[in-house]
Write a protein that binds this ligand. Structure first.
Ligand code: 13P
Length: 253
């Protein structure tokens, strides 16, 4: 179902104590300032998921993972499975982040497997797509995103696809301070929604939440979120400060 969503991707940041403090600060800020109609999802590193889940259960946010294994279970040392996440109450997971693609060699084929496992285990996938700078400069950004969405998601049926949240994260905007302009974000989000319309029909595509990620902050969120096809944000750096993150949550009109 289409919703307004702000998700925080903490990436590999914070000690246990810092994470504990930040979770309580975010909970307090949300209690003070509210979150309106917005679903707030915090995605801390794996070791902090249980703590985050405990704090979330008395407060107003959800908890997601940043990734999980492409395998169901078994002899995969160091891996964490979708069913483990589900068994501890984790409802969401980021999948296919560009950092996973770049540093860990994740392909759309692998990510498609993870999407399937997520849905089998009732974990909502937050599927990331987006082009690198050279691809945008070469005018290939639409083709790149089309291929990513096609290969990782379009094997799903009409019901399953409506469980998926999409995050458009142009790689050149991640952690660079260079945000996509409001026009660039809307143009790509409308394009992505159009892909879903072609494949699944307008009724289904109208139900899919498409988030923007890449140097989204308390200053630019309101403009980005004012676009008709931008349903919220996937926030990296600015999710590590409670006041900034909650200001982003409260950036919808
Ligand atoms: P930044 O907000 O730090 O650019 O990171 C975005 C991101 O990668 C969220 O997944």
């Amino acid at each position: 179902m289409r919703k307004k969503i702000v998700a925080g991707n903490w990436k590999m940041n914070k000690t246990f104590q810092e994470a504990d403090d930040l979770l309580f600060e975010i909970a307090d800020e949300l209690n003070d300032k509210g979150r309106g109609e917005v679903d707030v999802i915090i995605c801390p590193p794996f070791p902090y998921l249980e703590m985050a889940y405990d704090i979330a259960s008395d407060n107003d946010f959800l908890v997601g993972a940043q990734n999980f294994s492409q395998w169901e279970s078994g002899a995969f040392t160091g891996e964490i499975s979708a069913s483990m996440l589900h068994s501890m109450g984790i409802t969401h997971s980021i999948l296919g982040h560009s950092e996973r693609r770049t540093y860990f060699g994740e392909t759309d084929k692998v990510i498609a497997k993870k999407v399937d496992l997520a849905l089998q285990h009732n974990v909502v996938p937050i599927y990331c797509c987006g082009e690198v700078l050279a691809e945008r400069e070469a005018g290939r950004h639409f083709d790149v995103v089309r291929q990513q969405v096609d290969e990782a998601l379009f094997h799903l049926g009409k019901e399953a696809i409506q469980m998926v949240i999409v995050a458009y994260e142009p790689v050149w905007a991640i952690g660079t301070g260079v945000t996509a302009s409001s026009e660039q974000a809307q143009e790509m989000h409308a394009f992505i929604r159009g892909l879903f319309t072609q494949k699944y029909g307008a009724e289904v595509s109208a139900e899919i939440s498409i988030l923007y990620g890449g140097s989204c902050n308390a200053k630019n969120a309101a403009e980005l979120f004012s676009n008709p096809d931008v349903d919220g944000g996937l926030i990296g750096g600015a999710s590590l400060k409670a006041a900034d993150f909650v200001a982003i949550v409260n950036s919808f009109e």
